[in-house]
Design a protein around this ligand. Structure first.
Ligand SMILES: C[S@@+](CC[C@H](N)C(=O)[O-])C[C@H]1O[C@@H](n2cnc3c(N)ncnc32)[C@H](O)[C@@H]1O
Length: 223
């Protein structure tokens, strides 16, 4: 899958500026259905996931804007971008001065795209392919999670994992454009931006993307 995933990403995307983000370029696709069908053919899997990696999503765009306004949040820190997709948040973190950034995604095509995009922007990222949501949160200073609340089970798992990370003192920033499964009782909105996603699965007009922190657990439930 390694070299062929890389070739697949390069064949189905073109390097372009991300709308509203001066200075960050990503290998993005224009037509989600065409890339999705190509993914199904390449993998022989009719249930292959949507090629999320080929687009910049509202949640990741909101985090990127937030980091531009608040570089002190990442400067000198070890950052993990969970469910990284194109690698956008990890690249933005490095751009704003993170000491190191790790990008994690379950999709091997995303992993190829993250490597290609990191290089295109002149940054070095550690890239992990896998599902770490049943593991203890790793030893990092800050976790970024862009646009992960679109599917109920994934939303529940990542919320619980981020809560664990936050309870251990790891900073958490969530980017979300008002997806259905974001648990508003567990997060606190700290910023809102106008963003424009790059996928034709969504309204390509401007929409709002917010950045949230985890709310602390009530003192009585802290061991
Ligand atoms: C909507 S995309 C968001 C990508 C990027 N963060 C952004 O905002 O542009 C969601 C990503 O979550 C990834 N994903 C889904 N389940 C995951 C899991 N259990 N662990 C890590 N990544 C996962 C998908 O492969 C996809 O790349």
């Amino acid at each position: 899958m390694g070299p062929s995933a890389r070739a697949f990403v390069l064949r189905h995307t073109r390097l372009q500026h991300v709308p509203g983000l001066d200075g960050i370029r990503l290998h993005l696709a224009d037509d989600v259905l065409a890339v999705w069908h190509a993914t199904q053919e390449a993998t022989g899997d009719p249930d292959a996931p949507v090629p999320y990696w080929a687009f910049a999503w509202g949640g990741g765009l909101a985090i990127t804007r937030y980091l531009r306004d608040h570089p002190e949040v990442v400067a000198g820190r070890r950052v993990l971008d969970i469910a990284s997709g194109s690698g956008l948040c990890a690249i933005a973190a490095m751009r704003e001065g993170a000491a190191a950034a790790t990008a994690v995604d379950i999709d091997p095509f995303a992993v190829a795209a993250i490597r290609i995009n990191a290089r295109a922007n002149g940054h070095r990222l550690d890239v992990v392919c896998g599902d770490i949501l049943d593991d203890e949160p790793p030893d990092v200073d800050l976790i970024l999670a862009g646009d992960c609340w679109y599917e109920e089970r994934f939303a529940a798992r990542i919320t619980a994992w981020l809560q664990r990370a936050s309870d251990r003192g790891i900073g958490v920033r969530i980017g979300d454009p008002d997806r259905r499964y974001l648990p508003h009782d567990k997060v606190r909105r700290i910023a809102t931006y106008e963003v424009r996603t790059t996928t034709d699965l969504e309204d390509l007009g401007r929409t709002h993307g917010s950045v949230h922190e985890m709310r602390g657990r009530p003192a009585s439930s802290v061991a």
